[in-house]
Design a protein around this ligand. Sequence first.
Ligand SMILES: Nc1ncnc2c1ncn2[C@@H]1O[C@H](COP(=O)(O)O)[C@@H](OP(=O)(O)O)[C@H]1O
Ligand SMILES: [Mg+2]
Length: 383
Amino acid sequence: MENDRYAKELEVAVRVVHVACALCRRVQEKLFSNDSDHVLSKDDDSPVTVAEDFSVQATVSWLLSSTFGVENVSIVAEEDIQTISKDDSANLLAAVVNTVNESLALASNYGLQSPESTLGNSEVLEAIRRCNSTGGLRGRHWILDPVDGTLGFVRGDQYAVALALIEDGNALLGVLGCPNYPLKAESLNYNYQHHHETMSESSSLVCDTSEKGCILYARKGSGEAWLQPLISRDKVLEWPNYAQLIRVSSVDDPALATLCEPVERANSNHSFTAGLAHSVGLRKQPLRVHSMVKYAAIARGDAEIFMKFARSGYKEKIWDHAAGVVIVEEAGGVVTDAGGRPLDFSKGMYLECLDRGIIACSGITLHEKLIAAVYASWDSSNL
Ligand SMILES: Nc1ncnc2c1ncn2[C@@H]1O[C@H](COP(=O)(O)O)[C@@H](OP(=O)(O)O)[C@H]1O
Ligand SMILES: [Mg+2]
């Protein structure tokens, strides 16, 4: 039956992302706990972040391969094997192997297979290496961003685990794990200064995980997007785990709409988007959020617009968008490039044909206004 197609893949993907989010939460709790040996680094390439990325990637790769069979699984993912297989990376590899084993031991709590015995270095490296697909127009590929929004992760703020399935170039399934997504939309706004002032006493920011954390997911063409809460440590996932339907906001008046955009100025031109916002009549301050949680905010109805205009020459990666696009579209939203065309996931690792930037909206009215505003202002924008 058409409706049953990809049902198993979607359920497995959601369970796998639960395991990955639990891993991330454990690492973040250690990072921010008062008795932690770790020194928190504000860099997004700190050893902790790198270990975290590899650990999630190995865990997801191992679980997908053990469920569907190694020969059936092709994965396109952010981290490549070079960094971790260097001679001077023994400590990094040891940390990753440890974290992966800890997390796979709990996989059975999530209805997935745990390994019969602890994985060794070579098995973990092999799981990471297997994520070396480049995707493309033919075949079925899983697209993974193990930790999207690494800066958000080290700051104890928003980050996401993103897993999508593309087949013959079409994004069919999207799963977004958002371990720090707060219940109240207002708390999404990133406030760097506040963050630093409260950093020392802010273990509550990440350690009180009971009121935040969810997984969003959707199957292309179903017209439905779903949300499940993350489950607490040591609990067993009972499918469908309180899944609830989510829907985009019905606000189409620009004066009432909220714009979401990257926190980092380096990743998107804030003054250009401010100009667009002004010209279509947006009044509210933009909500600056790390990672694909911005797509989640649109799908959940907590914001109406997400825009990203990277510097010219930057090539957007498919793993930064595929899962979010499926979820927003199935929740009722619209996602295109700045020329109004759908994002094309068929060209390999990059969104090769992307026209200028990305515009995701809760509805067509806001979307058309923004596309028209880009058209009117681009030539004078110096971008
Ligand atoms: N100069 C740049 N311009 C645009 N995007 C960039 C960028 N450098 C990195 N990125 C991407 O932007 C993502 C973060 O998005 P955001 O700024 O919306 O939080 C990064 O994901 P990672 O954190 O997984 O590396 C990275 O892929
Ligand atoms: Mg990313």
